[in-house]
Design a protein around this ligand. Sequence first.
Ligand SMILES: Nc1ncnc2c1ncn2[C@@H]1O[C@H](COP(=O)(O)OP(=O)(O)OP(=O)(O)O)[C@@H](O)[C@H]1O
Length: 240
Amino acid sequence: METTYSPKPVISIQNLDHYFGQGQLRKQVLFNINLTINAGEIIIMTGPSGSGKTTLLTLVGGLRSAQSGSLQVLDRELCHASSEELTQARRSNGYIFQAHNLHGSLTAIQNVRMGLEVHHGITPQEMLTRSQAMLAAVGLEHRLNYYPDSLSGGQKQRVAIARALVNQPKIVLADEPTAALDKQSGRDVVELMQKLAKEQGCTILLVTHDNRILDIADRIIYMEDGHLVRDGVSAVAMEK
Ligand SMILES: Nc1ncnc2c1ncn2[C@@H]1O[C@H](COP(=O)(O)OP(=O)(O)OP(=O)(O)O)[C@@H](O)[C@H]1O
């Protein structure tokens, strides 16, 4: 009998609503979101300011708690999850934000090493070797001991990518990773994310306003006023 391959979802969202505030100030910002993301997919989420993209990203990342509907990430239900469960969930992901969030008092390699410190059982030497290899993979082997202040915007963002990926996470969540970068550095950064993610088989969910990078996506999701209004295979992915 012929078996058909069905991709495994790493993120499965059903009827998800989200509200901010209490009482009379309570405001609904996400409405009945339904979305399935499979292993290895690169998904770009776009849409106007205030449409709920970051809110959805932070819910998926376990950075805030989901209250209504179902949100399964790597087979873990995050809706109504306890704070311990959310902490566990956060440890499975890599995060890349607009402002790179590097520690100014730590060198590039020390920043990357932090991405490994949530995991026990790795020797200090192995941490160093893996951090060094990851910085080499993002082209910064000559900048290991530089502090963030002496790196360019693109280099800082590459350190942030190395930190997010050093742990080989199954899911990488990125919020406007190119916003602070010029056109070429932005392009370099997302192409690097794409290459490394494909090599490691990880899934990327990336929020952006930057139309110049839409072509790296396998699928583009469009949000408007808290609704997911379009979910489609990108034109470039169809040509692949
Ligand atoms: N912590 C919060 N408390 C109350 N309201 C919030 C909070 N965070 C976001 N909101 C509101 O939720 C809605 C969605 O915001 P969100 O940041 O998710 O949008 P976005 O699409 O990511 O916008 P942008 O593209 O500008 O980053 C907005 O109306 C915003 O004002």
